[in-house]
Design a protein around this ligand. Structure first.
Ligand code: UDP
Length: 324
């Protein structure tokens, strides 16, 4: 593995407002992956160019396998001692929080107790070095499909409003997270540069590596889709290992538990079982995207204290689909 580091002034990246502690200058394995794309990695005034023959095979030269390396940075600028870091099932996760879950049982659209509970549990796991990205829904505020057709609203316009609703939730969640010291970035699928960053995949990955939580808002940026599909899509794009779908129920049941009290909670399912039995876990596009990209999916209850951090740490909770 060859590493060369040289100090030279950066000509065009003076707009960067990030600050780096010296520990962040030590290239992690993932940095080598980035540099394999031919671009030197820049750290403020330091430019490091790296090449590695150890980290990629001819078949997978860029090491795109679904196993991200853990960041050498923990949140709040503390460096994590690699040898003492406990290993968890997932190192980078995509948490999907639906709008309905954010609303709780409040008459208001968002229950601040729910957002604070999410923030606290996410804080626990980011301190362990697990990278967390979040996709938020907007159904608590506006659901395009329910409005389309009424009041002369066409589906595309209704979905635009729905996507804007997800941005509101994202900003609320970001503010809550930052109020307890979790560095958080919101990235939107369409530009709203005064309030959030635009979605830039590499930038999102970099934020995660630095221990920041990234909240993806505005879904996929396209009408006729859902934030479940956005969750599967962003998960695949940022090479997260699992989609964790936080809902108001304990997982997937063989029958509707509201109609049948004897309904059984299913611990594991295949993608095929979900689609063939038409189990309402996620919409079909999202499930198919997970299946095609071998992304496991965990459906669990957000309202049980500790469940979010358990799910993120890979402990058994809810229903696991398409995984082992
Ligand atoms: N939406 C969209 N494209 C997307 C994601 C969402 O048009 O890629 C719109 C759609 O109108 C949807 C609304 O945003 O009803 C809120 O998203 P969703 O229903 O997925 O939210 P959740 O059910 O998770 O609260």
């Amino acid at each position: 593995m060859a590493v060369s580091a040289s100090f030279r002034p950066i000509i065009s990246s003076s707009s960067s407002s990030y600050s780096y502690s010296f520990s962040s200058l030590i290239p992690s394995k993932r940095n080598f992956v980035s540099s394999a794309l031919g671009n030197p990695i820049s750290f403020g005034k330091l430019v490091i160019s790296c090449s590695s023959s150890e980290n990629g095979s001819a078949a997978d030269p860029m090491n795109f396998s679904r196993q991200p390396q853990m960041s050498s940075m923990s949140p709040f600028g503390l460096s994590i001692n690699e040898s003492s870091r406990p290993s968890y099932k997932w190192q980078r996760v995509l948490l999907k929080v639906s709008g309905e879950a954010l609303a709780g049982d409040q008459m208001q659209n968002i229950d601040p107790k729910i957002t604070m509970a999410i923030a606290r549990e996410v804080a626990c796991v980011t301190r362990l070095g697990i990278e967390v990205a979040i996709v938020v829904g907007g159904g608590n505020i506006f659901r395009g499909s329910s409005w389309a057709g009424s009041s002369g609203l066409d589906r595309s316009s209704a979905d635009c409003i729905g996507m804007l609703a997800t941005v509101m939730n994202a900003i609320f969640l970001q503010a809550t997270m930052e109020s307890i010291g979790i560095p958080t970035r919101v990235q939107t699928a369409f530009r709203m540069s005064e309030v959030a960053e635009p979605y830039i995949r590499r930038r999102a990955v970099r934020h995660l590596e630095k221990g920041r939580v990234v909240i993806f808002a505005a879904g996929t940026g396209n009408p006729f889709f859902t934030t479940d599909t956005a969750a599967a899509l962003r998960c695949a794009e940022i090479n997260a290992e699992v989609v964790l779908k936080a809902t108001n129920v304990d997982g997937v049941y063989d029958e509707d538990p509201r109609c049948n009290p004897d309904a059984r909670l299913l611990e594991t399912l295949t993608y095929h079982e979900v689609t063939s039995k038409d189990l309402s876990v996620m919409d079909m596009t999202a499930i198919t995207l997970c299946q095609e990209n071998n992304i496991p999916l965990v459906v669990f209850n957000l309202n049980k204290p500790g469940n979010i951090s358990r799910a993120i740490k890979g402990e058994r909770v809810g229903t696991l689909i398409g995984g082992t």
